[in-house]
Design a protein. Structure first.
Length: 113
């Protein structure tokens, strides 16, 4: 079973930046399209970014131009650089494969002044 451990969340002011990391068990990162999802309070979990095995990236409209997804296959890790954060980015962020397998605990991102 794949294990995914997210980290790097925290409290940041609007306009600030955070860098999230995801450590995966096994070699899943090099074999799968990897993704970042987020779930805001009272809302469904949504896909915000994905990166294919070949490195092609796709972003949700609300984060395009502000977030950057990347991967390190050798370290089995996926990253999400988040810039110019907005209060509406507040959510628990999860990494996963596409399609999603088992979910990790996620990491809380709170954007507030």
């Amino acid at each position: 079973q794949v294990q995914l451990v997210e980290s790097g969340g925290g409290l940041v002011e609007p306009g600030g930046s955070l860098s999230l990391s995801c450590a995966a068990s096994g070699s899943v990162v090099s074999l799968k399209t990897m993704t970042w999802y987020r779930q805001a309070p009272g809302k469904e979990r949504i896909l915000v970014a994905q990166i294919t095995r070949g490195g092609t990236t796709t972003y949700g409209a609300s984060v395009k131009g502000r977030f950057t997804i990347s991967r390190d296959n050798a370290k089995n890790m996926v990253f999400l650089q988040m810039n110019n954060l907005k209060p509406e980015d507040t959510a628990v962020y999860y990494c996963n494969t596409l399609p999603p397998l088992s979910w990790g605990q996620g990491t809380q991102v709170t954007v507030s002044s």
